[in-house]
Design a binder for this molecule. Structure first.
Ligand SMILES: Cc1cc2nc3c(=O)[nH]c(=O)nc-3n(C[C@H](O)[C@H](O)[C@H](O)COP(=O)(O)OP(=O)(O)OC[C@H]3O[C@@H](n4cnc5c(N)ncnc54)[C@H](O)[C@@H]3O)c2cc1C
Length: 643
């Protein structure tokens, strides 16, 4: 394949050797410290104020560093993390149901289809318990049982109850905690907050990340900011598919621009398709809505046994229903992981047994739970989700089953980082959904909040000291060639987008790109489809740069200009995603290659050939692939079975 060239292997050199149980403790001890008086002399830029960026900024500032924080929303509190619904995992074993750090580690490595780094996952499981303590201390109102103890529920891919939650608003409550911690530092003057500022490039000086180029989204002013280290916490890139459950603003620009400056991008093709979303209702739509996985604790998924059965759900007797997840996967039932549940839904719809308009839906039925628990109990657990469903669809899920269908939800790919969460550019750290670590080829539910907060509250604030101990790295003038050229490149790109002055809207290109990605790089991928997609993406990208219409100017609030820059980056990312998906001729987790499946249609991995992280280096002609071999000394790769 001449789509890429293969470069030297890459290795994570930050993980200590020896027993996995003590690696984190030993890394913390071996990492250099910065004494409190010196911290005041060091500055850190944090891009992003979601759970990862918000918690990191607050913690670094509390430690004494001078922090400058950026987000494109009008308030840090409106980061996409606020949308998270179902919960956050932690190995507390409050239910005494056999949970442990080791079991959370095991479930996550297995759930990720053996494509994650063991050391990182083990640390995540260890730190998970601290997160709950931290958030409870902040006053996050987790759900409690009658006796006052914290309640738990189950999420997919596990047989224990380890998910802590605040009704269907867990992200909102956790973000309020992180936001308050940030606000305290803002008031204390240790965090300078720049809302409505978008990072459009990374400044690299003498091989180190030293700052960012940002555009003030209200005035249009382009400026640079220099610091001793830069942390990207800019979230995921699921919106490359146009339709996704992500907030409309989510984009890849911060990480993509860093990638173009030398940071490797790992496993870009690993996308999570969530099985329980409200089905698309027409071409007018710009967003899809998630129905939290927590609903599968009590909701049962089914379709009619016979294709074309168009009776109303209430008229279909039990004997004519196929509770296909419970039938195929009796051990995990409705709580199989997301990749498995999504593919199963696609399969029954492909067989013509889908329900609702276009046959693209399956039922999620609460009749049994309502009978067993009573309406007040169901309301208490899921009330806001039921209300949201009713408002969007006009159907009452207390009376008729919900209709759900898979949709793009999360991206496991992201910038490559080592155990210290440092990218391939020294001084550039990447946390939360923006990095590639921890989830392998498939993320288990309730693990993103856990990872974002683990990174921000506990991991980064320890590992970044090791880098900053060598600082301060010296002043850099605004007219330094590296700074001036980065700023100029940003201004020229903005001018180029405005100058096209064509006849097609940014959204029309984005929608078409998303359609190509969903069709050929979505739930099922083939060599033929991905090759076709590459041609389509390149053609569409050329058309974008010839025909896009961006009204207004760059010297004002101009949301079309913002979107145009993001979509231009999505085009480049989409190409790399397809190349990554093409080169990985195996199925693993969310990456299902139709050519690589077992006789009964399950994902078929090829560990000998593909047991590595694909870390891509940007190059003008063709991307360069660096492989990080994954070793499994504790959880040995096996065929994932949830049966
Ligand atoms: C509907 C929904 C429900 C979910 N529910 C759950 C759940 O129950 N449990 C769970 O574990 N996970 C859940 N997830 C996943 C989880 O919410 C996300 O993975 C997580 O919140 C990401 O956090 P983050 O801090 O990495 O990024 P985000 O919260 O996306 O924050 C990104 C930040 O970066 C800023 N930013 C981005 N680019 C730039 C730029 N160029 N310049 C300046 N600022 C920039 C943004 O302004 C924002 O502040 C859910 C996801 C969705 C879509």
């Amino acid at each position: 394949m001449d789509l890429y060239v293969e470069g030297a292997p890459i290795a994570d050199r930050a993980t200590p050797d020896g027993p996995i149980e003590t690696r984190w403790e030993r890394r913390q001890f071996s990492a250099k410290l910065v004494n409190p008086a010196n911290r005041r002399k060091l500055s850190v830029i944090v891009v992003g104020t979601g759970l990862a960026g918000g918690s990191a900024a607050a913690t670094l500032a509390e430690a004494g560093y001078r922090v400058r924080s950026y987000c494109y929303q009008d308030s840090p509190r409106r980061a996409h993390s606020i949308a998270a619904q179902g919960g956050i995992n932690a190995a507390k074993n409050y239910r005494n149901d056999g949970d442990s750090v080791y079991r959370l580690f095991y479930d996550t490595v297995k759930g990720g289809d053996f494509r994650a780094r063991e050391s990182n996952v083990y640390r995540l499981a260890q730190v998970s318990a601290n997160i709950i303590d931290q958030c409870v201390a902040q006053g996050v109102p987790f759900a409690r049982e009658y006796g006052g103890l914290l309640d738990n529920r189950s999420f997919g891919g596990t047989q224990v109850s380890r998910t802590f939650y605040a009704r269907g608003q867990t992200g909102q409550q956790l973000l309020l905690g992180a936001y308050q911690a940030m606000e305290r530092q803002i008031a204390a003057g240790t965090i300078e907050m720049f809302a409505r500022h978008e990072m459009l490039d990374l400044v690299v000086v003498d091989g180190r990340a030293r700052g960012v180029v940002v555009r003030d989204l209200v005035t249009g002013e382009v400026s640079t900011d220099i610091a001793d280290a830069v942390v990207l916490a800019s979230g995921g890139y699921g919106n490359v598919f146009f339709l996704s459950t992500n907030a409309k603003g989510c984009n890849v620009t911060a990480t993509w621009r860093a990638h173009r400056k030398g940071a490797y991008f790992a496993n870009p093709c690993y996308t999570q398709i969530h099985p329980t979303c409200i089905p698309e209702s027409g071409t007018h739509q710009s967003k899809l809505t998630l129905m939290s996985e927590s609903l599968r604790n009590d909701g049962r998924v089914w379709v009619p046994k016979v294709a074309g059965d168009d009776r109303a759900p209430g008229d279909i007797p039990e004997s004519d229903r196929d509770y296909y997840l419970e039938r195929i996967y009796p051990a995990f039932g409705n709580l199989v992981p997301r990749d498995i549940a999504s593919r199963a839904a696609k399969n029954v719809c492909d067989e013509g047994r889908g329900v609702g308009p276009g046959g693209l839906g399956v039922y999620l039925d609460f009749a049994g739970a309502l009978e067993r628990l009573g309406r007040p109990a169901v309301e208490e657990k899921y009330g806001n989700l039921f209300e949201m469903y009713q408002r969007i669809t006009g159907e009452d899920p207390y009376r008729v089953p919900m209709r759900i269908y898979p949709a793009v939800h999360y991206t496991m790919g992201g910038l490559w980082v080592d155990y210290d969460l440092q990218s391939t550019i020294p001084g550039l750290f990447v946390i939360g959904e923006a990095n590639f670590s921890d989830h392998g080829a498939n993320r288990l539910g309730a693990s993103a909040l856990m990872q974002g907060l683990a990174d921000g509250y506990f991991v980064l604030p320890n590992t970044i000291n090791d880098y900053l101990a060598a600082g301060p790295f010296g002043d850099i003038a605004a007219d330094h060639p590296a700074v001036a050229s980065a700023r100029q490149a940003v201004s020229e790109r903005l001018a180029a987008l405005l100058a096209v002055d064509g006849d097609r809207t940014v959204d029309s290109f984005h929608r078409e790109l998303g359609h190509v990605m969903w069709e050929y790089c979505g739930m099922e991928r083939t060599e033929e489809g991905l090759t076709k997609a590459l041609g389509l993406i390149r053609g569409l990208r050329d058309e974008f740069w010839a025909r896009v219409k961006v009204p207004g100017t760059g010297a004002e609030l101009n949301q079309n200009l913002e979107k145009a820059g993001r979509v231009a980056d999505f085009f480049e990312l989409a190409e790399l995603m397809c190349i990554d998906a093409l080169h990985r001729r195996e199925s693993c987790g969310g990456h299902f290659r139709a050519e690589s499946q077992t006789a009964d249609g399950e994902a078929l991995r090829h560990d000998d050939e593909f047991g590595y992280v694909a870390a891509w280096e940007h190059a003008v002609e063709r991307p360069v692939l660096h492989k990080e071999t994954l070793d499994f000394a504790y959880v040995h790769p096996s065929t994932r079975s949830y049966k």
